[in-house]
Write a protein that binds this ligand. Structure first.
Ligand code: NAD
Ligand code: TYD
Length: 338
């Protein structure tokens, strides 16, 4: 099988490429990535010389059917996106371009090339926010609350429409919050780990009681692998780690696990003004993928977090480089604008 992975230089895409090359020895992968601030070829350094892997710098907004056809691509998995909610609150333009228009252009290219399988990597955030109880199922109505999740929901609707109208072989996955190696340190878990290691405050939004359902990135990858091979066209699959945690509890656990590494004296948790429109709780019901495709997550939160912290401890150069550049300017802007 020859796969086109878009956004493969980002966090989940790079983990997925590594996962596929490890588990499917005769597969080939083309990684098409624009290399935005979040794309980083260092994420794939260990496999860049693998003959089964090829990187192409490119924008999904310029995807062409002919290009896919001449390269003999069998399946497209679309990870390419603007992915950070806080950035979408500051300016949503790139989110609409890449996540919505980019998906439409990629769908059209995949349709023209008669691609046999197309997987849209979406998010549980399209369902909106939950109260104290309940779970998102695949039948939960879409109610996105941030410009990011609205752009992802719009893309989902396009994939749905292409299936319905053209019998296009599209599948949508909606996964909960990922964590693990190579996650860009603007996201919650790597931000807290790296700030703690740098002796910087850990900014917790609002009261810190918002809940996210965490999944180790490798478990997300194994779910996509199952969907690639056993999923049914036109279906939506929820993917979750069954690991609901309050933000403040995650921060406290990270600090506990980092004892001896931070050198901090006194409190370093800093409650900061809440994110605008901050979703209170996400929780995924992944019964469907478990029952129909036999998928199970392998890592519990404690084990996954240990592995993640270990990776950030061993790869300081990777995140220090990121934090000293573009990210720093963004952070300043974020705080100025609240
Ligand atoms: P990321 O921001 O780390 O990576 C996104 C990648 O897409 C980057 O390499 C970037 O260069 C590339 N990209 C951006 N615009 C592009 C364009 N126009 N053309 C080609 N490449 C482009 O994101 P991530 O956390 O790895 O998320 C990957 C996908 O998974 C996204 O679609 C996201 O919505 C979805 N998702 C993420 C999570 C999570 O917790 N991170 C959870 C569920 C779903
Ligand atoms: P994030 O990693 O941005 O993922 P998402 O908003 O897509 O779920 O944030 C996870 C949670 O952590 C969310 O409730 C917002 C919160 N958060 C903070 O409290 N402080 C921070 O600095 C960041 C980035 C997030």
């Amino acid at each position: 099988m020859k796969l086109l992975i878009t956004g493969g230089a980002g966090f989940i895409g790079s983990n997925f490429i590594r996962y596929i090359l490890k588990h499917h020895k005769n597969y080939k992968v083309i990684n098409l990535d624009k290399l935005t601030y979040a794309g980083n070829l260092e994420n794939l350094k260990d496999i860049e010389k693998d003959k089964r892997y090829k990187f192409v710098r490119g924008d999904i907004l310029k995807a062409k059917g002919k290009w896919l056809k001449t390269r003999g691509v069998d399946a497209v998995i679309n990870f390419a996106a603007e992915s950070h909610v806080d950035r979408s609150i500051v300016d949503s333009s790139d989110f609409i371009q890449t996540n919505v228009v980019g998906t439409q252009i990629l769908l059209e290219a995949a349709r023209e090339a008669r691609i046999k399988r197309y997987i849209q990597i979406s998010t549980d955030e399209v369902y909106g926010s939950l109260g104290k109880s309940g779970y998102f199922t695949e039948k939960t109505p879409l109610a996105p609350n941030s410009p990011y999740s609205a752009s992802k929901a719009a893309a989902d609707m396009l994939v749905r429409a292409y299936f319905h109208t053209h019998n296009f072989p599209g599948i949508i996955t909606r996964c909960s919050n990922n964590y693990g190696p190579y996650q860009f340190p603007e996201k919650f878990i790597p931000l807290m780990i790296t700030n703690a290691l740098e002796g910087k405050p850990l900014p917790v939004y609002g009261d810190g009681l918002n809940v996210r359902d965490w999944i180790f990135v490798d478990d997300h990858c194994s779910a996509i692998d199952a969907i690639l091979h056993k999923g049914k066209n036109g279906e939506v699959y929820n993917i979750g780690g069954n690991s609901e945690k309050r933000n403040i509890d995650v921060v406290k656990l990270i600090l506990k696990k980092l004892i001896g590494h931070t050198g901090h004296i006194g409190p370093i948790i800093k409650f900061v003004p809440d994110r605008k429109g901050h979703d209170r709780r996400y929780a995924i019901d992944s019964t469907k993928i478990k029952k129909e495709l036999g998928w199970r997550p392998k890592y519990d939160f404690d084990k996954g977090l240990d592995m993640t912290i270990d990776w950030y401890l061993k790869n300081k150069e990777w995140w220090q480089k990121i934090k000293s550049g573009e990210y720093k300017r963004y952070y300043k802007k974020m705080y100025r604008e609240g």
